[in-house]
Ligand binder design. Structure first.
Ligand code: GDP
Ligand code: MN
Length: 356
């Protein structure tokens, strides 16, 4: 369960971590809530906002209004922007990268770091990494500080910061990533961006955490961010069989998505949004053999996705089972074609990918 930046930062604040002052804004046309200069950041559940124009530095009321009006309601990386985080602007001396993650191969936690953090991190290969079984200690952090090449005066702050961040991680997060961790011109360390992935099975232990949770019954997993064909099916077995069919036909499945019986139309529409946000996806296979899931609801989600997502790749749909007639009627009314079988959908999807 991925938190939005402002939610993640709220959590970090509760653990005593240094984050910039910030205010959440959901409508344009109101005064900037902070003194200038500040940073305006779209709140969407995906990184790379800076490169996509979703992080703006503003120095005047006029610039702020322009940014707020342009960004609110726009679509960035496939996500509709409905809130902005406005923060005090930092004066950056160095952008660093730190993360605590789970290394499943080694069955261990791992501290990852890079001295050139920031928007180019995707391209970095040479991460500093240390497996960890307990909170990072002074010796390790001194080593890291030397690698970072930060001034001696920042060493204690780095130690305190990593120990607190470790606590956030160990209290049921699967990933805590700070990129950039900023060393400011006056020598302070500040978490300028935060990505926190909570373990959905452990969130009940934290009744105080009231974060926006995605649809609980919608099981969406990105398997290959470079995959070319996305898919949606009802039931884990059918979802896996659908991915297998895509792979067997020579394309790369991008995701696993099981529309559980309780998934709302909104939950399905969100899944389409996530599929269309995957950069390499050129086709989507919808394979529904409905039992508890209802074809008419699937049809409604397809129609909503087509209307609200301009970058939605072509859909190849097989629909049968509960409320099939109503589902087909809805799709026909919107001129959305159906295919007779999974094989037909997969063939057409692979053809689509090869044609692009
Ligand atoms: P992301 O692109 O979604 O990861 O968004 P980030 O929050 O990481 O912001 C992207 C980039 O914007 C950062 O790497 C910084 O270079 C820049 N940035 C963000 N906040 C500030 C700030 O307060 N001051 C300055 N000078 N740059 C900032
Ligand atoms: Mn970032």
């Amino acid at each position: 369960m991925r938190l939005l930046e402002h939610e993640a930062k709220q959590l970090l604040r509760e653990y005593g971590l240094p984050v910039p002052d910030g205010k959440l804004v959901t409508s344009a046309g109101i005064e900037c809530p902070l003194p200038f200069p500040c940073v305006v950041k779209v709140q969407i559940p995906i990184g790379g906002r800076g490169k996509a124009g979703g992080v703006r530095m503003v120095t005047s009321a006029q610039e702020y209004q322009r940014a707020a009006t342009e960004l609110l309601g726009s679509t960035i990386k496939g996500y509709r922007v409905d809130s902005l985080l406005v923060e005090a602007q930092l004066e950056i001396a160095q952008e660093l990268y730190v993360a605590f993650a789970i290394d499943r191969d080694r069955q261990s936690a791992v501290l990852l770091a890079h001295k050139e953090g920031g928007v180019e991190i995707e391209a970095a290969q040479d991460f500093w990494r240390k497996p960890l079984r307990a909170a990072p200690e002074k010796k390790l952090v001194t080593e890291l500080a030397a690698y970072f090449d930060v001034p001696k005066t920042a060493h204690d702050a780095l130690l305190a910061l990593l120990q607190r961040l470790w606590k956030v991680f160990i209290d049921d997060a699967l990933l805590v990533e700070i990129n950039p961790l900023v060393l400011t011109k006056d020598g302070a360390l500040v978490c300028a961006d935060a990505k926190v992935e909570l373990d959905p099975s452990a969130v009940f232990r934290h009744p105080k955490w009231r974060f926006q949770t995605p649809d609980a019954s919608a099981q969406f997993v990105v398997l290959n961010p470079k995959g070319t064909v996305a898919s949606m099916a009802n039931g884990a077995g059918l979802a896996m069989a659908t991915m297998d069919a895509i792979a067997a036909a020579g394309a790369q499945p991008a995701n696993f998505f099981d529309v559980g019986g309780g998934t709302s139309v909104e939950g399905m529409t969100k899944a389409f949004q996530r599929m269309s946000a995957l950069p390499k996806v050129r086709a989507i296979v919808v394979n529904i053999f409905a039992g508890i899931t209802r074809c008419d609801q699937v049809a409604q989600a397809i129609i909503a996705a087509k209307q609200s997502l301009p970058q939605l790749p072509p859909l190849f749909i097989r629909l049968s089972g509960t409320n099939e007639a109503e589902g087909k009627r809805l799709l026909a009314a919107h001129d959305i074609p159906l295919l007779p079988s999974l094989a037909a959908c997969v063939d057409a999807a692979v053809q689509e990918v090869n044609d692009v």
